[in-house]
Design a protein. Structure first.
Length: 162
């Protein structure tokens, strides 16, 4: 079970990892344990589910991740389409794989990723960094999640706890 942080409306305490899941790549970002700063971490070139999950397992262990914020590709009207359902199934499989590999899995929290790739491309167009846009998109998702935790109304796209 992931510890909760009372200062942030009951969200998970500690280091968080965000995933921007694409068909060819997975963008990964993390925040510091106090959740003050977000940084792009890496991009995983998708190979097989087993290889992808092994790489993510290593990152979860190495980075001491307490929860995973998983970008959910909602339609522009906020509804869930086929891609969102694919991501939810993939995340369930990830949790099962992490339990097998690590003996436990961090909570997976789904978060709206609409426009995160666009925001990442805009960031890159400004010439600010040479970080792959998938990792920046993951950082945008994570920052959006952290920012929303200070809002008076909770936003919930679902979670997987194991």
């Amino acid at each position: 079970m992931t510890p909760l942080d009372a200062r942030s409306g009951g969200g998970p305490a500690g280091k968080l990892m965000a995933l921007d899941i694409g068909q060819a790549r997975i963008g990964v970002a993390v925040c510091d344990p106090l959740q003050l700063g977000v940084r792009p971490l890496t991009v995983i070139q998708r190979r097989s589910r087993q290889e992808d999950f092994a790489r993510l397992s290593e990152l979860v262990r190495r980075e001491e991740v307490q929860a995973i914020i998983c970008g959910l590709p909602l339609n522009m009207d906020g509804s869930e389409g086929e891609q969102a359902q694919i991501v939810r199934r993939w995340a369930r499989r990830l949790v099962n794989a992490l339990v097998e590999m690590l003996g436990a899995a961090p909570t997976v929290i789904f978060w709206d990723e609409r426009l995160s790739s666009h925001a990442a491309q805009s960031f890159l167009a400004g010439g600010k960094k040479r970080t792959p846009d998938d990792a920046i998109a993951a950082a945008v998702i994570l920052q959006s999640y952290l920012d929303a935790r200070s809002l008076p109304e909770a936003i919930d796209y679902g979670r997987i706890e194991r």
